[in-house]
Design a protein around this ligand. Structure first.
Ligand SMILES: [Zn+2]
Length: 181
């Protein structure tokens, strides 16, 4: 069963970064929709009840306190769409809204689709301190560690303007507003 829509230009292949990921088999234009994701919405206070799931069973943030996790089919997570996308510090994809992944630029055949986790995941007062994650992207501008505060980096805010998930855009605007008050 498929619950998310994945652009037919993408095919699931071995990732250059980690595990498997989507690679383009035909060119994609800037702002073309790559994936519209389905998932289960889990409030941050409920995440502990999911902890019996394997460590790799992880979601991404769609609101300040709500996460998107894979659907489980007979106890097995359905890892499709965005759940298969690796982080890169030089990504070619970003968000339109909270559940739609789009191309940030024209993408040639044979490129792996990546986004920057700073586009979706922000550390909030509600959660336990974020454990920084080692980045495996091997790009020139790699920042080595992925943290829950990366969305605050001014250079990233400029580079990904228009491609942050909606709740992160709101957090950036609130932060800028507070800085001016
Ligand atoms: Zn990196």
């Amino acid at each position: 069963m498929k619950l998310s829509w994945v652009n037919p230009a993408l095919s699931l292949q071995e990732s250059q970064i980690e595990g498997t990921g989507y690679t383009t088999t035909s060119p994609v234009k800037k702002d073309e929709i790559l994936i519209v994701q389905s998932g289960q919405c889990i409030h941050i206070s409920e995440i502990d009840s999911q902890s019996k799931a394997p460590e790799w069973y992880t979601g991404f943030q769609i609101e300040t306190s709500v996460y998107y996790y894979p659907h489980t089919i007979e106890e097995k997570p359905l890892l499709e769409g965005i759940f298969r996308i690796n982080h890169s510090c030089e990504p070619n994809a970003g968000f339109s809204g909270q559940i739609t992944l789009v191309a940030m630029r024209d993408i040639a055949v044979g490129e792996e689709i990546t986004y920057d986790y700073a586009m979706t995941d922000i550390e909030t007062a509600l959660e336990a301190p974020w454990t920084p994650e080692q980045c495996l992207c091997k790009k020139e501008s790699c920042r080595s560690l992925i943290t829950g505060d990366d969305w605050k980096i001014p250079e990233l805010q400029i580079r990904y303007a228009g491609y942050f998930s909606a709740h992160v855009t709101k957090a950036i605007n609130d932060n800028l507003l507070n800085a001016r008050l």
